[in-house]
Design a protein around this ligand. Structure first.
Ligand SMILES: *[C@@H]1O[C@H](CO)[C@@H](O)[C@H](O)[C@H]1NC(C)=O
Ligand SMILES: *[C@@H]1O[C@H](CO)[C@@H](O)[C@H](O)[C@H]1NC(C)=O
Ligand SMILES: *[C@@H]1O[C@H](CO)[C@@H](O)[C@H](O)[C@H]1NC(C)=O
Ligand SMILES: *[C@@H]1O[C@H](CO)[C@@H](O)[C@H](O)[C@H]1NC(C)=O
Length: 573
């Protein structure tokens, strides 16, 4: 009896292990087919969506060795370990700073020792992209420049925090051109004045690289009318470098001396069209809203969460900045008119040692824009130039001064205008964006409010500076990083759910030998892949109510709801 039981148990164990072996075999076969299917899906997506041809090797900031079959391995691994995508976040950032600190605090940093290449020039590539990586959060967009998209990086189950065409918004010359073309379409369609006024988000601008506009500009600044205007109203223009020059570098107020220099460089307009330049001359808003006698600007952070379709969010907390010198429209101090940390820094530096900073370098490259992200430690004097993270403060002041009556002015009037302007900025540039669900970008738009409470966008940056000057500021940025990651995850997880179903089905068809590998992606399946790749939130996936990003634009919605009803049907062309 006892022996029999043992025999019985042994046979049971034997049968159980056999079963296990069988299961193992199934999983093994299954895995191979999953790899085939995932390879085909990544290939299909690369053929139909963003996949740059040229791979530039000249500028590599990270020490990562591209692997040919990375996406197949990574996506397959995630397919069998769903929690990697559905419950966790695996990320990395090459740039030291607040964003990296935040990512390390809340998520898994899969390449904690990865650094900028230029600090490691002598070292060969030492890292491989880990299979678990879900949200690379790099500073530079190297993962699209040096890697084959859909093979070596940016796989089906990854989201990236960059959009290669972000410069359409952040290069001043391009933004200006996009704004002009956008308004031209409105004019051509006989849009009414209200539509055109609301679609105009930048102050009037002359592009000095455009011969006609350049000549118009020089005719004007050398006219009697202009002389009279500056006598009564102070400076009329601010001259900005196009391209990627931010934080006040490359910005000049057109004071008399600067006008002389510009006149000399362009021979009062004679050389328009032949002088190589990216400069633009923008109407200076000479009646800014003041705070304790200083000009202020505010910065609205916003993100593109996807470009397939366009989905954008704006952040509820807003950084208000104050200019360093008291405002006076006739002041000849740049720091009274331009409220920018770079200005502040160089001005402070100048006060210490008379170093001149080079404002006039037309060749500032794309990658230099935020070089000083690392030196964000500033002294308390500079810190007082940031007022608050909330526009509520501004509303309080305006209410107290009797300038506004509506106690919900911020929610009902200012923020809808802010959102509308960013929406117009997106609409005027979106034709340049690569259409893809894996791409996104983090921007900041700098706004100016005039004394009449008219609103203007001054410029738009990407990779906005994240200051670490005070505990509260660091916490605000930490929260913003968490909120950004939550949004990116929500869309990635939704996509993961949709593609799990497609993968399961295709693997089944392969296993039942219904289809040969090369015939697997039929036209009909192709349509299904397109639908599954189209970003939207699946039921069960939501963005938490304490996330401070508010939806700005979502092309999944219908008609004017795409724009939160902030644009009117008759203004859409
Ligand atoms: C992982 O996420 C899924 C989907 O959101 C959820 O149903 C599940 O409970 C989570 N698992 C764990 C261990 O948190
Ligand atoms: C930010 O400040 C904290 C506290 O002073 C410091 O521990 C941290 O390293 C700083 N982070 C960066 C990126 O400078
Ligand atoms: C233009 O903006 C104003 C103020 O924000 C708003 O009341 C109006 O409805 C807008 N008009 C159109 C056509 O968008
Ligand atoms: C800008 O680049 C051009 C050629 O690319 C060069 O000839 C010129 O000297 C450069 N200018 C400056 C200010 O570096």
């Amino acid at each position: 009896m006892f022996v029999n039981t043992i025999t019985f148990l042994i046979s049971l164990i034997f049968i159980y292990s056999l079963g296990n072996l069988y299961l193992l075999r199934i999983t093994y076969i299954n895995r191979e087919n999953v790899e085939i299917v995932i390879g085909l899906l990544n290939q299909f997506i690369s053929q139909n969506y963003y996949s740059p041809e040229a791979i530039s090797k000249e500028f590599n900031t990270i020490l990562v060795q591209p692997q040919h079959d990375y996406c197949i391995k990574s996506d397959t691994y995630k397919y069998f370990h769903q929690d990697i995508v559905m419950n966790d976040t695996y990320t990395f950032r090459e740039y030291q700073g607040v964003v990296k600190n935040a990512l390390q605090k809340y998520f898994f940093d899969v390449l904690p020792n990865l650094n900028l290449y230029r600090k490691n020039k002598d070292k060969p590539h030492q890292f491989k992209l880990p299979l678990k990586l879900t949200l690379p959060f790099t500073y530079y967009d190297q993962l699209v420049q040096n890697f084959k998209v859909g093979q070596q990086s940016l796989c089906l189950f990854q989201n990236y925090n960059h959009l290669p065409q972000r410069a359409s918004l952040s290069h001043k010359n391009r933004l200006m051109t996009n704004q002009m073309n956008y308004l031209r379409i409105l004019y051509q369609n006989h849009a009414d004045a209200d539509c055109i006024k609301n679609a105009t988000y930048l102050p009037k601008t002359y592009r000095l690289f455009n011969e006609q506009e350049c000549q118009k500009f020089f005719n004007y600044i050398n006219s009697e009318e202009y002389e009279e205007k500056i006598r009564t109203e102070g400076p009329q223009f601010i001259v900005k470098m196009g391209k990627e020059v931010h934080r006040g570098r490359g910005i000049k107020m057109l004071f008399p001396q600067e006008r002389e220099e510009l006149n000399k460089k362009f021979d009062k307009g004679e050389l328009c069209g032949s002088v190589k330049t990216f400069k633009v001359a923008q109407q200076y808003i000479g009646n800014p809203l003041l705070y304790k006698g200083h000009k202020i600007e505010f910065r609205v952070y916003w993100i593109l969460a996807s470009t397939n379709p366009i989905i954008a969010y704006a952040y509820d907390k807003t950084l208000i900045r104050r200019c360093i010198f008291p405002f006076d429209k006739f002041s000849l101090q740049k720091g009274a008119h331009v409220c920018n940390t770079a200005i502040v820094k160089s001005t402070l530096k100048k006060m210490q040692n008379e170093d001149d900073d080079d404002d006039d370098n037309d060749n500032d490259s794309d990658e230099n824009n935020d070089d000083d992200d690392n030196n964000d430690e500033m002294n308390s004097q500079e810190d007082s130039l940031f007022i608050d993270w909330k526009l509520d403060h501004l509303q309080e002041i305006l209410l107290r001064e009797g300038r506004i009556k509506n106690k919900n002015w911020l929610q009902q009037e200012l923020l809808p205008q802010v959102d509308r302007m960013i929406i117009h900025a997106i609409r005027s540039t979106q034709h340049t964006f690569a259409k893809d669900s894996k791409l996104g970008e983090f921007f900041a738009a700098d706004f100016l409010l005039s004394d009449e409470l008219d609103l203007y966008i001054m410029e738009i940056n990407y990779n906005p500076q994240t200051l670490n000057t005070t505990e509260s500021r660091r916490e605000q940025h930490f929260k913003m990083v968490q909120d950004m990651v939550e949004i990116s995850n929500a869309y990635l997880r939704s996509r993961f759910i949709r593609f799990q179903k497609i993968i399961r089905r295709l693997v089944q068809e392969l296993e039942q030998k219904k289809q040969k590998q090369k015939d697997l992606i039929t036209n009909q399946i192709g349509q299904e892949i397109h639908r599954a790749y189209f970003d939207r939130l699946e039921s069960g996936i939501s963005i938490s109510s304490n996330n401070l990003f508010r939806l700005l634009m979502d092309e999944n919605l219908d008609g004017t709801r795409i724009y939160k009803d902030l644009l009117q049907e008759r203004c859409l062309f």
